[in-house]
Design a protein around this ligand. Structure first.
Ligand SMILES: *[C@@H]1O[C@H](CO)[C@@H](O)[C@H](O)[C@H]1NC(C)=O
Ligand SMILES: *[C@@H]1O[C@H](CO)[C@@H](O)[C@H](O)[C@H]1NC(C)=O
Ligand SMILES: *[C@@H]1O[C@H](CO)[C@@H](O)[C@H](O)[C@H]1NC(C)=O
Ligand SMILES: *[C@@H]1O[C@H](CO)[C@@H](O)[C@H](O)[C@H]1NC(C)=O
Length: 918
């Protein structure tokens, strides 16, 4: 206090120029001078990393130059001279034939027919054979490295939950370069990720942009997180913030002094934090201004510093790109208010499922550009905040001048497939070039690295992917990935596919205004393919497009149909024109919580969860009239088989077969199988209550089944569980077990043999248990054993990755592994189906069938793949209802349902009407 007063006196008494200062003998003048020097750093405003250089800052001496010959390249830019307006509309973008030369960690030349004579003599040549080449994929929302997989307590470093406001922590301090997921992600073409702290806190801490190259095998000098930094010169800093549900769930406790308990509290915690940071910034600025005037050695005190608020101060100084997890209108609006109150920009709102409703609110944010929206394409409804989400969000935002980008939130989605999010965004109406930009150039630009990564252009970092098919096509897989010009795979597994061709962007997908109407009669024109197994309806118009005539909800004619059409025209039946129309069988969702749960994080919207001592029938808790059921139905999933949920994950109880389009359970045909199968769970979730170990859970199931072998199956007063178990041991009801671990699957196979032996010992009539493995991440390890035991597998998800310990031996596919579980099980003769592990995935079942087909090297045909999401399920469960696909049950698509540019135009589920989207 005293020193400040003295300084003020001096400053007040003398004019600035002739002041005779008395150096303060209590302070170190060296330190004062050094701190004065930091003032310019405090005041500096970062610029984006610049473009062309001679050598990348990440270049490792000794890395050889590479010439990629004969590629088909998406540069990520329109041709020079394209106006902004045209570029926004996608004009000037094209795939071009060219070579790429990379040296010193940079792309040096992108030109056709580069002569080797003009290049460094030690250059490697890689023949792309016309393959499709893009820049590496950029994922600007990942937790890889801090949320290491498989999830283990010891390596979980996502959220610093000691306080709601932790701007002072940094993701790089927990980043584990040996997280195997870093390599899995790269195998999907992702070369750069923004590693954010989690969203448990309102202010989560600093984030870092990394490249997925680790240690010597990836061309790096050593295994080090620091060495992974994408921008070693550190132009920008990044910070994660989060609004809404998470922080109040994590911290809110009634009466506790610190919260937040509500959004009201969150806004206060944000503002209070910004106020602290702002106080620090002002004190520093005052000090620096005074030191400029008076000379550092004359300052009465040192530069104010406070590590607690340093990084948030940098936010207010405009040196940090803020990325904020924010879903809802109140959250977005509150956060935009904070940006204006404290004058800092927000670079992107993440998750952002509500942004498409309020682009103008985003435009009110502080700064000279509105924040972008970092989205999932169709992962939605999982929490209350995500319940307003729209599949069309990307397109709507893009049309409103807000940049949509697509992110994984790895491990929420496996970032290996983040390009599939962009593909689905394209499917839902975002223009092709904008969808691709949403995982390359637009994301790079939002990281301040738009002149370094995300495009194939001289002077950019040499991060390149060559794909086996168009990157936005179903199942697109890298053949090779380069980071800083170094090929990342010595012997990549390459899938057998037809010669790759770029997709022809389908602008009809942008027409998203379709309304659903129910019609009894309709004529579909422009039909090129009809696949309705077991019916007489096969298209035989010899190459020309045919018609499908529907009367009273039932197909009456396929083909030329002149008479039917004439008759229908007399009745003024509407003709619906299809683009490359396909008729395909309806899809059945198996293993989702459709009908028993609407919002995963909201108990009130669910039937509830059974625990180790309860067992129920899903039929008794079936819930209709939900958005998830609507979404399933509108994607051609007319039927679902759902079991009650089990506490902590999985299923327990009796599943029900029902129609997703029904109004309620008493609607005619709504429930077509009261008791489809008996379900138990032996994943890690099985360790609870009276079965604290996996061994005790297996043992309990064994005891129950052996008891059933001895029981009197005719006793009408048996409990539901005893009755079902009696049916299971008699081979009349399928036993479906949620299990991933190959070791526990082995236990289940032994258990099956034991119970069957007990049945055989008791009666002359021996029965095989109809066993179905659900989940099955590691089931490929036991493919021959499963085939020998006649056990079928429902893969859920189709493409497992090592999220949890019991899934760590998942096969993630090319270029890392030779195939995935589905191909290996199929080749071994195991009956396979594709289930869903989360409800939103039911939308994508047809595309999953597409992946199973297109990535099978010709071994799984299209029609076999479609059976994996329909009839196979009925066969493996041995249901008395045969799978229905026929004149009254069908789905009409524009395009091939297994391909990305298909769209459902009509659905019929045997109720006498066709739902048509016009
Ligand atoms: C590029 O590759 C394609 C596909 O393999 C081939 O047909 C073509 O001849 C190649 N062009 C050159 C210039 O090598
Ligand atoms: C099984 O139950 C039925 C009906 O309750 C009874 O008539 C029959 O004797 C029982 N059989 C055995 C073996 O207990
Ligand atoms: C395998 O199981 C299915 C149904 O569970 C049954 O129809 C079939 O006969 C069994 N095959 C063998 C070889 O046991
Ligand atoms: C991948 O597996 C298939 C089928 O088992 C085998 O024929 C092929 O040789 C394997 N490829 C590689 C690269 O190991």
């Amino acid at each position: 206090m005293l020193l400040i007063a003295i300084a003020a006196d001096i400053a007040g008494a003398c004019s600035e120029h002739d002041v005779q200062q008395t150096p303060n003998l209590l302070l170190s003048s060296d330190r004062l001078t050094a701190e004065h020097a930091t003032c310019s750093k405090l005041r500096s405003v970062p610029q984006d990393a610049t473009g062309p250089r001679d050598q990348s800052g990440r270049y490792v001496k000794g890395s050889k130059p590479v010439l990629i010959r004969n590629a088909t390249i998406w540069t990520g830019e329109p041709v020079p001279g394209t106006s902004l307006e045209d570029a926004h509309a996608g004009k000037g973008y094209a795939w071009i034939s060219s070579d790429v030369y990379m040296e010193h960690g940079l792309i040096k030349r992108v030109e056709p027919a580069i002569s080797v004579d003009s290049l460094s003599h030690d250059c490697d040549v890689w023949d792309a054979q016309g393959g499709l080449l893009t820049s590496g994929i950029v994922d600007m929302h990942s937790h890889t490295g801090v949320d290491s997989l498989p999830d283990l307590v010891g390596s979980e470093d996502t959220n610093e939950l000691s306080n709601d406001i932790t701007p002072y922590v940094r993701s790089i301090d927990g980043l584990n370069p040996l997280d195997p997921q870093l390599q899995v992600i790269k195998s999907g073409g992702v070369t750069t990720s923004l590693v954010l702290p989690g969203s448990g806190n309102n202010i989560g801490g600093e984030a870092f942009v990394i490249k997925h190259a680790v240690g010597k095998p990836d061309g790096r000098p050593e295994i080090s997180a620091e060495d992974m930094l994408a921008d070693p010169e550190k132009h920008w800093r990044y910070m994660k913030m989060a609004c809404g549900e998470n922080a109040k769930r994590v911290y809110g406790t009634v009466g506790r002094e610190f919260g937040p308990f509500s959004r009201l509290g969150e806004a206060w915690y944000f503002r209070h934090a910004f106020e602290q940071a702002s106080t620090l910034v002002k004190a520093q600025d005052d000090w620096c201004d005074a030191a400029d005037r008076l000379g550092a050695e004359n300052m009465p005190d040192y530069l104010p510093m406070d590590l607690h608020w340093e990084s948030l101060g940098a936010v207010l100084r405009g040196q940090v790109m803020v990325n904020t997890h924010c879903y809802t209108i109140p959250d977005l609006e509150a956060f935009v208010r904070h940006t204006n109150e404290f004058k800092f920009p927000v670079r992107a709102f993440h998750h952002a499922h509500g942004t498409y409703l309020v682009p103008e609110i985003l435009k009110r944010a502080y700064g000279d550009r509105p924040p972008a929206a970092a989205l999932f394409a169709d992962n939605m409804y999982y929490k209350a905040e995500a319940y307003v989400a729209s599949e069309q969000a990307g397109k709507i935002l893009y049309d409103s001048g807000i940049t949509p980008v697509y992110v994984s939130d790895n491990p929420v989605l496996n970032a290996q497939h983040v390009v599939f999010e962009a593909a689905k965004a394209y499917r839902y109406g975002l223009p092709y070039h904008a969808a691709l930009a949403g995982v390359t150039s637009a994301s790079a630009e939002l990281l301040g690295l738009g002149e370094r990564i995300g495009k194939v252009k001289p002077g950019f970092d040499a991060d390149i992917v060559v794909w086996d098919s168009d990157p936005l096509s179903v199942g697109a897989t890298p053949i090779q990935v380069w980071i800083d010009g170094t090929a990342q795979y010595d012997a990549p597994v390459e899938l057998k596919k037809p010669a790759p061709e770029p997709m022809k962007p389908d602008i009809a997908l942008a027409d998203v205004g379709a309304e659903m109407v129910g019609k009894a009669d309709v004529i579909f024109a422009g039909v090129s393919k009809v696949v309705l197994p077991g019916t007489e309806y096969q298209l035989n118009t010899e190459g020309s497009l045919g018609h499908v005539v529907v009367r009273k909800g039932v197909i009456t004619c396929v083909g030329r149909c002149q008479d039917d059409i004439l008759a229908a025209q007399g009745d003024r039946v509407e003709v619906l024109q299809l683009r490359n129309g396909h008729l395909a069988p309806p899809i059945t969702a198996f293993g989702s919580f459709l009908g028993v749960e609407e919002i995963a994080a909201e108990e009130d919207t669910q039937d509830g969860e059974n625990d180790e001592s309860t067992f129920s029938a899903a039929l008794d808790g079936l819930l209709f009239g939900s958005k998830s059921l609507n979404a399933a139905y509108s994607h051609g999933v007319t039927r679902a088989i759902s079991a009650p949920a089990f506490k902590n994950g999985g299923h327990k109880g009796v599943s029900v077969g029902f129609k997703t389009g029904a109004l309620h359970a008493l609607d005619e045909g709504a429930v077509w199988n009261d008791e489809a199968a008996a379900h138990y769970t032996l994943t890690l979730a099985a360790k609870q209550g009276k079965t604290p170990s996996l061994s005790s859970a297996v043992s309990e199931l064994r005891t129950k089944l052996l008891k059933a072998v001895d029981a009197n199956a005719t006793d009408a007063r048996l409990s539901l569980e005893d009755r079902k178990l009696n049916e299971v041991v008699a081979g009349k009801t399928a036993l479906v077990i949620d299990v991933h671990s190959a070791d526990i699957i082995a236990s289940v196979l032994r258990l099956k043999a034991e119970v069957e032996a007990a049945t055989a010992a008791k009666s002359s009539e021996s029965h095989a248990i109809r066993l179905v493995i659900f989940g099955g991440a590691e089931s490929h390890l036991l493919a021959p054993e499963l085939a020998a035991a006649n056990v079928s597998v429902v893969l859920a998800p189709l493409l497992a990755y090592g999220v949890s310990w019991d899934q760590r031996r998942s096969l993630t596919g090319a270029p890392l592994t030779n195939g995935t579980a589905i191909g290996i099980l199929h080749a071994a003769g195991v009956k396979v189906a594709i289930g869903t592990s989360e409800d939103w995935e039911t939308r994508d079942l047809a595309l999953y069938a597409g992946i199973a087909h297109v990535n099978s090297g010709g071994k799984i045909s299209e029609s076999e793949a479609l059976k994996m999401v329909s009839s196979n399920i009925y066969e493996m469960l041995g249901l008395k209802e045969k799978y229905v696909a026929g004149p009254g049950d069908f789905v009409v698509y524009d395009g091939n349902p297994l391909q990305i540019d298909s769209r459902v135009r009509a659905v019929a589920d045997g109720r006498g009407v066709v739902s048509v989207w016009t």
